[in-house]
Design a protein around this ligand. Structure first.
Ligand code: ATP
Ligand code: MG
Length: 207
């Protein structure tokens, strides 16, 4: 099998942001597919601290979400977890998080921000979308129920940064997992086994 290597002087790193309440197999598949397709040296999972769009509902503690992400990525040597958002006071915006990573890693690294198509289509409501599109590539992975063609509706400057990636569709969401746990239904095989054990032990999402 022929694999194209990244150029010697430019390293590509993926960043997978999310609330991860909880992390599930859809997130992991998106990250792995992006890693392989774009020759990413690694993928850094960044659990959100205090998510600006989501404070309407009660979110599990950053520590619980971080622990679940750590358990989930443990088996993949290309995956890491970062506390960069959790450990600084929010609200956090992707453009600032990527900016901090660029400062930390230096100019030889180009960042690929991995998101589901549902998130990319919201991008114009985020902080400084044009700047974000400039400082990293945006990987838009397919997700059931969202049409990849809708990328066309984004401004040209944003579209120039978007790399569309079709992955095997997984109709899994954290919302559905939380609902299932609350109703006493199984979430086995929707989340990795260690995450499954953790959320049961900790009694997360029970009410
Ligand atoms: P919630 O239902 O709480 O919004 P979620 O399943 O959408 O949870 P998030 O933490 O909001 O998970 O998502 C983090 C990122 O992962 C987003 O960019 C989202 O689009 C992407 N993502 C989540 N689930 C999938 C999936 N099944 N397939 C592809 N991408 C996904
Ligand atoms: Mg979501």
């Amino acid at each position: 099998v022929h694999v194209t290597e990244p150029s010697v002087d430019q390293v590509r790193i993926g960043v997978m942001g999310g609330t991860f309440d909880p992390i599930h197999n859809g997130h992991l598949l998106a990250a792995e597919e992006a890693r392989c397709n774009f020759n990413l040296r690694e993928v850094i999972f960044v659990p959100s601290g205090h998510p600006p769009h989501k404070d309407v509902r009660r979110i599990s503690s950053p520590e619980d979400r971080f622990r679940m992400v750590s358990l989930a990525v443990g088996g993949n040597r290309f995956f890491r977890v970062s506390r960069i958002e959790m450990d600084s006071p929010g609200p956090h915006h992707t453009v600032d998080t990527i900016g901090n990573l660029i400062k930390q890693y230096g100019p030889r690294v180009s960042f690929y921000f991995i998101t589901g198509i549902d998130s990319v289509l919201q991008i114009m409501s985020w902080k400084s979308p044009l700047r974000l599109a400039e400082v990293c590539r945006l990987v838009a992975v397919s997700r059931p129920g969202y049409n990849l063609d809708r990328i066309r509706d984004l401004p040209e400057e944003v579209r120039a940064s978007v790399r569309v990636l079709e992955i095997p569709l997984m109709a899994i969401s954290s919302t559905d997992i939380r609902n299932r746990v609350r109703e006493g239904r199984s979430v086995r095989y929707l989340v990795p086994d260690p995450v499954h054990r953790y959320l049961l032990e900790r009694g997360l999402y029970r009410c």
